[in-house]
Design a protein around this ligand. Structure first.
Ligand code: HEC
Ligand code: HEC
Length: 466
């Protein structure tokens, strides 16, 4: 079935990637083009030579896929991912917000959280349900080694060797086999996301035993979530079978995280894009427009000073002055200070983690608050943030958030990233089109319809659909 195909397909391609390095090296031996990058190349071998030179200088290499996951763990994780039983009110699952048909996100500028009904752009608030403060991140390729920083503001981080840091502080479990597994145990804890608010019963009208805790009570919340899973016989049996040697009383949130992590690695690792094929040595995999776009991206347009490497991220934090629109976050609302909230450092204000641009066409609206409904507008914003802020029209965000745009951008621009600089003349429309062609080449066609990931039913018997 589908999940298994994914595993074997990925293993099968590994040989292709290593061969690819050799092909690129061979192209390089042919010598670098002498073009300075300001005159668009027309195509053919010159374009490939020049691009090979740039990619080699910037160490853009084929991405090493994560190891294949145990198919039984993947299947357990798949059920848990779509399982509403692990949410306080039994009304929301990971899949509600990271939907396979919505770019592994939810198609809303900011996610309508706990208590809202419906899926994606059709999701609607009910009885005082609220927006989460940020745009839902996709979960593509999060199992690739080096993806050690999570969330728009990096408040989760770590890896297998150095351990994990999370809002749970000392209560953060450490015994995970992947970073993604470690990060999967956080979303069940916030009231506004999966846990639910006090006084609100579950879908059957029964009390929600997690509701009276606070978001910081990680160590109390996790056992209640585990008890929900263990209360369903199929999960209990599978967890005990998959972790032999673990006593029933020792099955913990770590084991649920392992399963969720395995599923996401298996389902959302998407490294067969035209760009990956090009990196693997197939020079026909990219159109000339995409090649010219790649040259701009890794060259004159300076995108790769932050969106670096083959995943297009330095995992660092920068302020690109995304329009301040929407709810904002915390005490600073209607602003969102991003990394500055986490570190308390003034110069970190408005900085967000550089997003990977893999499958970026599929995960709009874009930016940390979904400020832009068009990918091209998002790209153009980077080319001239000041002009983009004056022209910004907030009728493109969720109807309830319209009218929230903060025009006054002085403070926002005070920490603007210096790396945002096109070298030479401003990009012409044809060049922006080339950049867009390159971004399109970062889409793995297998991601376009992932219907097969959605189970027909889940062990609790709760509905899978939202
Ligand atoms: C109500 C919507 C919602 C639900 C339900 C939800 N998420 Fe998320 N998820 C988000 C949002 C929003 C973010 C970005 C949060 C931020 O950066 O502040 C996010 C971020 C993430 C990330 C980080 C990705 C990255 O690149 O940093 C992972 C991993 C993730 N979610 C996994 C899960 C899992 C696993 C579940 C179920 C246990 C889940 N999510 C449930 C909305 C949701
Ligand atoms: C100074 C570092 C930096 C440079 C240079 C830069 N970006 Fe970004 N980019 C970011 C950051 C940080 C974000 C997220 C900002 C936010 O949400 O507030 C982002 C967001 C994006 C997004 C939206 C991603 C999403 O998930 O919503 C796209 C698309 C994008 N950049 C493309 C580009 C292109 C194309 C260029 C070159 C023209 C470029 N960027 C140059 C740092 C940079």
């Amino acid at each position: 079935m589908g999940v298994m195909d994914g595993v074997s397909g990925r293993l099968g391609r590994r040989g292709g990637w290593s061969r690819g390095g050799v092909v690129i090296a061979a192209v390089l031996l042919g010598g670098c083009g002498d073009d300075d990058g300001t005159t668009p190349l027309q195509g053919g071998p010159d374009l490939d030579q020049e691009l090979a030179g740039v990619l080699s200088t910037q160490e853009v290499r084929p991405v090493v896929p994560p190891a294949a996951q145990d198919p039984r763990l993947v299947e357990l994780g798949r059920n848990l991912f779509f399982e509403k039983e692990i949410s306080g009110r039994r009304n929301i699952s990971c899949g509600t917000c990271h939907h396979p048909l919505l770019g592994s996100a939810d198609g809303q500028s900011q996610s309508r959280g706990q208590g809202a009904v419906g899926l994606g752009p059709a999701r609607r608030h009910v009885d005082g349900s609220i927006f989460l403060p940020r745009n839902t991140l996709s979960v593509w390729n999060r199992g690739v080694a080096g993806w050690d920083t999570m969330f728009w503001d990096g408040r989760l981080s770590g890896n297998l060797t150095d351990g994990y840091v999370s809002p749970a502080g000392d209560a953060t479990p450490q015994d995970f086999s992947s970073a993604l597994a470690a990060f999967s145990i956080i979303p069940v804890t916030p009231d506004e996301e999966m846990r639910g608010f006090p006084g609100e019963p579950d879908v059957f009208g029964n009390p929600n035993e997690m509701a009276d805790l606070t978001n910081d009570d990680f160590a109390q919340i996790w056992p209640l979530v585990v008890a929900r899973a263990m209360g369903v016989e199929k999960y209990r049996a599978e967890l005990l079978a998959l972790f032999p040697g673990t006593a029933e009383a020792d099955i913990s949130i770590v084991h649920l995280g392992e399963a969720l992590g395995a599923f996401m690695i298996d389902a959302f690792t998407m490294l067969d894009t035209p760009f990956d094929r090009y990196l693997a040595g197939n020079t026909d995999a990219l159109s000339d427009a995409a090649k010219r776009g790649a040259l701009l991206f890794y060259g004159r347009a300076s995108c790769s000073s932050c969106h670096s490497g083959a995943l297009q991220t330095d995992f660092g934090f920068h302020n690109v002055a995304a329009p301040q629109v929407g709810t904002g976050k915390g005490d600073e609302a209607p602003f969102d200070h991003g990394l500055g909230r986490v570190t308390g450092v003034q110069s970190d204000r408005f900085k967000f983690r550089t997003p990977s641009l893999r499958n970026i066409e599929l995960e709009g609206p874009w930016m940390h608050n979904g400020a832009y409904a068009s990918l091209e507008d998002t790209v153009r914003h980077h080319l001239d943030p000041v002009a983009a802020l004056s022209a910004y029209d907030d009728r493109q965000v969720e109807p309830e958030l319209q009218g929230t745009y903060q025009q006054n951008s002085e403070e926002l621009l005070s920490t603007l990233a210096p790396e945002l600089a096109v070298k030479g003349d401003p990009l012409k429309d044809e060049e922006v089109a080339d950049l867009m062609a390159f971004l399109s080449a970062l889409t793995d066609p297998r991601s376009l319809n992932l219907m097969h990931l959605i189970p027909d039913s889940v062990p609790s018997g709760l509905p899978v659909a939202d």
